[in-house]
Design a binder for this molecule. Structure first.
Ligand SMILES: [Zn+2]
Length: 215
């Protein structure tokens, strides 16, 4: 289990101390309204089989990068909370008109990395989005120890990520993540979920790299 007390303390403190924007440092929220105005929306994401559909909120660029870094390296609860309303809209759009009873989940980071940082940024995002959207959130995957993703190419990545399912896997799942790069992590996670009882797996990310398919 991750030491969730750490996230809880952060959330408690943020209620009493003003939050500064992870990019420009101004007080009041992260992202602040000025930085929100400078965000560029992510381009539509081409198919990442076996996921049925994948959507991202922002283009991963110099404006969105500091917020992703805050999530990734500092467990930025304020960023997760700041982006949750927009992500909830995108979630509705991604689920589509039928609105099946989807369950939010995440592809966990490596156990070593989660232990070292004390949180898993994808889990932080999924839980905050669940809180905002009213959808259920459930841990469905465990990542087996292996190499980290940063700095590896597409084929190395797909070979390096291994998951196993945990507990009863719901039929309709949305995988929540911070950044979609090649999509190989999401694809590996979706494959395991579909093999363990899921019927539909969708993907939702805060940001997508524009050169994703050239990697
Ligand atoms: Zn700002």
């Amino acid at each position: 289990m991750l030491p969730w007390w750490r996230g809880s303390i952060n959330r408690f403190l943020e209620q009493w101390f003003p939050t500064s924007c992870a990019r420009c440092g101004s007080l009041g929220g992260s992202p602040c309204s000025i930085c929100i105005g400078q965000f560029v929306g992510a381009a539509p994401i081409p198919e990442i089989p076996p996921l049925q559909r994948v959507a991202a909120l922002l283009r991963y660029d110099e404006t969105s990068r500091p917020f992703i870094a805050d999530l990734k390296y500092h467990g930025g609860w304020s960023v997760a909370r700041g982006l949750a309303p927009a992500l909830a809209f995108l979630l509705d759009d991604t689920i589509g008109a039928n609105k099946p009873d989807v369950v939010l989940t995440w592809a966990p980071t490596t156990p070593e990395r989660a232990r070292h940082r004390g949180f898993d940024q994808a889990e932080v995002l999924a839980r905050e989005l669940a809180h905002r959207s009213g959808h259920r959130v459930q841990r469905t995957l465990r990542r087996l120890p292996g190499e980290h993703q940063t700095g590896r190419n597409r084929s190395e990545r797909s070979q390096g990520v291994r998951f196993v399912s945990v507990g009863t896997v719901p039929e309709a799942i949305v995988l929540v993540d911070d950044v979609v790069t090649t999509g190989s992590t999401m694809a590996a996670a979706a494959k395991v979920l579909l093999g363990a009882g899921a019927v539909t797996v969708l993907g939702l990310a805060v940001a997508a790299t524009p050169d994703r398919l050239m990697q």
